[in-house]
Design a protein around this ligand. Structure first.
Ligand code: NAI
Ligand code: OAA
Length: 408
């Protein structure tokens, strides 16, 4: 194999703007039959040396265009600074049209697991190129650059673009999926309801931004807690987007419940099906215990459950089964209060949409538990009335806002 040595220059941080467009180029093949190409600036030390050869095929690297003007390199990073004419590449001809995916809280713990699954193709499929639009807080912008660097170093062929920014009106432009993770997580001894006030504002603002700039049929998955009420706040601030498109993540509860049931039944967890989580992403699940053990809230299993939740919408539901997701109650067949985001059993044909499963039977025990969850969500809804356009907020969460056993 022909090799050459390239000394790589030291570069300074290229992200100088609130929203930087990082256009990830096509693959650079490492093989011996093509001419050597000087790579774009790398984030390595001034003395590092790289041995490689780079095939160029017919792709001419060009500077990224934005509104007709050629961007300078200081707005992007390394390989993201160049874009390539992909028409010459055989592999890309079978690929679908690229989709834009926004992830908020992209520098956080959950995203650190999730982004690499999205970019690998294991969520939307091996023929689905994606652009990642990463939203962070002002405080996390440096960390966001680090995330972009790690994505760059992972050489994912399907990851075509990465944007980072702190302004949701810029980052959410034309997104087809919005995974809203960014929020303050619960610490030891803290209840989700305490986050209502802190996090509600975030989801009101992001709902407005989605309404203004996202794709009109954007699918929105709210993860930041308390996720059901945050999803309600978000959809109320996005009247142009169908309310049906908003989800609150209750898939982690479903996965946890499957595990527990399997344990109890003495079977492996793939034997458990037709699991329904009714109502909210709940304080009665194992989140608090995990926070006690870890000192922080669950991240890896949450990322896995986000993947599961998306896959349930983009692949047909297996015959006879269903999945749970928090959806807007609008004419539901179970008599659950309207105008909430409530987890219910759903099925999908794989087109990103879903239908409610309408014939699950309740016994008195289940009816009673569902009513408790409904009461919690109604109480939370009153607390955020000022954020949903429902008048003056009145907050009385007392009796339903319980600590988990062992929490202080
Ligand atoms: N629904 C569910 O099943 C679960 C939900 N969660 C929730 O997910 C959320 C995130 O958890 P982690 O990733 O562990 O937290 P983290 O603290 O590691 O990351 C959150 C990130 O969001 C950023 N952020 C804060 N405000 C923002 C804003 N306005 N816009 C964009 N980014 C913003 C922070 O700077 C931080 O980088 C928390 O609310 C947590 O309670 C956690 C586990 C399960
Ligand atoms: O409990 C929390 O705050 C984090 C979370 O949502 C979970 O692990 O279920």
């Amino acid at each position: 194999m022909a090799m050459t040595e390239l000394s790589t220059p030291k570069t300074t941080s290229p992200f100088l703007h609130s929203s930087s467009r990082l256009s990830l180029s096509s693959k650079l093949h490492l093989s011996n039959q093509f001419r050597h190409l000087l790579l774009p600036p790398l984030h390595t030390t001034s003395n590092s040396k790289i041995s490689c050869s780079v095939s160029q095929n017919n792709q001419a690297p060009v500077a990224v265009q934005d509104n007709g003007s050629v961007k300078t390199k200081k707005e992007c990073y390394g390989v993201f600074c160049l874009t390539y004419d992909l028409k010459a590449e055989e592999e890309t001809k079978s690929w679908k049209k690229m989709i834009n995916i926004a992830v908020s809280g992209a520098a956080g713990m959950i995203s650190n697991h999730l982004l690499f699954k999205l970019a690998s193709g294991s969520v939307f499929g091996p023929d689905q190129p994606i652009a990642l639009k990463l939203l962070g807080s002002e405080r996390s912008i440096q960390a966001l650059e680090g995330v972009a660097m790690e994505l760059e170093d992972s050489l994912f062929p399907l990851l075509r673009e990465v944007d980072i920014g702190t302004d949701p009106y810029e980052v959410f432009q034309d997104v087809e999926w919005a995974l809203l993770i960014g929020a303050k997580p619960r610490g030891p001894g803290m209840e989700r309801a305490a986050l209502l006030d802190i996090n509600g504002q975030i989801f009101a603002e992001q709902g407005k931004a989605l309404n203004a700039v996202a794709s009109p049929n954007v699918k929105v998955l709210v993860v930041g807690n308390p996720c059901n009420t945050n999803a309600l706040i978000c959809l109320k601030n996005a009247p142009n987007i169908p309310a049906k498109n908003f989800h609150a993540l209750t898939r982690l509860d479903e996965n946890r419940a499957k595990c527990q049931l399997a344990l109890k039944a003495g079977v492996f967890y793939d034997k458990v099906s037709n699991m329904t989580i009714w109502g909210n992403h709940s304080t009665t699940q194992r989140g608090g215990l995990l926070i006690q053990k870890w000192g922080r809230s669950s991240a890896a299993s949450t990322a896995v459950s986000i993947v599961d939740a998306i896959k349930s919408l983009v692949t047909p539901t297996p015959e006879g089964d269903w999945f749970s997701t928090g959806v807007y109650t609008n004419g539901n067949p179970y008599g659950i209060a309207e105008d909430l985001v409530f987890s219910m059993p759903c099925r999908s044909t794989g087109d990103g949409d879903y239908e409610l499963v309408k014939d699950v039977e309740f016994d008195d025990y289940l009816r009673n538990r569902i009513s408790k969850s409904e009461a919690e969500l109604l109480a939370e809804k009153k607390c955020v009335a000022h954020l949903t356009g429902d008048g003056i907020a009145f907050c009385d969460l007392g009796p339903v806002d319980t600590m988990l056993p062992g929490e202080v």
